[in-house]
Design a protein around this ligand. Sequence first.
Ligand code: PNS
Length: 163
Amino acid sequence: MKRRAIYPGSFDPPTYGHIDIIRRSLQIFDEVVVAIVYNPQKDSFLFTPDERLDMFREELTDAGDRVLYDSFHGLLVDYVDAMQANIIIRGLRAVSDFDFEFQMALMNRRMKPQIETIFLMTGAAHFYTAARLIKEIAALDGNVDGLVPPHVVKRLKEKFAKK
Ligand code: PNS
């Protein structure tokens, strides 16, 4: 029986911080599902779910079929069940992440006590990396090299050139 964990998020765009969490998860689990949340009615993301998954794929080719790429709509705990998993992975950076993460983990546990949330700490180099800030900097033509992979830098430039 393969140990499968679900790594959910918006990942708009994927950063080296996210990639770091996936690589750390692969040391613990046999399979990690990168699961992008979407809501067709409400979404105002820069990249489509497929674009975000492609960026992950491009960066994680060496992991082969141990990483699965998917998107979901609805409750995370229902998705975890549907994927026949019982582990949610979330990355933690600073203390500021904790409140929100703690709240979500306990709400998810209340809905489905059999599902466990596991927190992994990002590498120190990624402590201040946040997709929201990366978009803001890229939109203002700032330098985000080293925070996201080069192909993501390129896609950010393309998106903002069109706006
Ligand atoms: O990368 P993010 O935006 O911090 O990820 C948040 C995510 C996707 C984990 C959260 O918004 C989520 O689980 N959304 C699915 C809907 C849901 O289950 N909501 C109840 C959470 S207690």
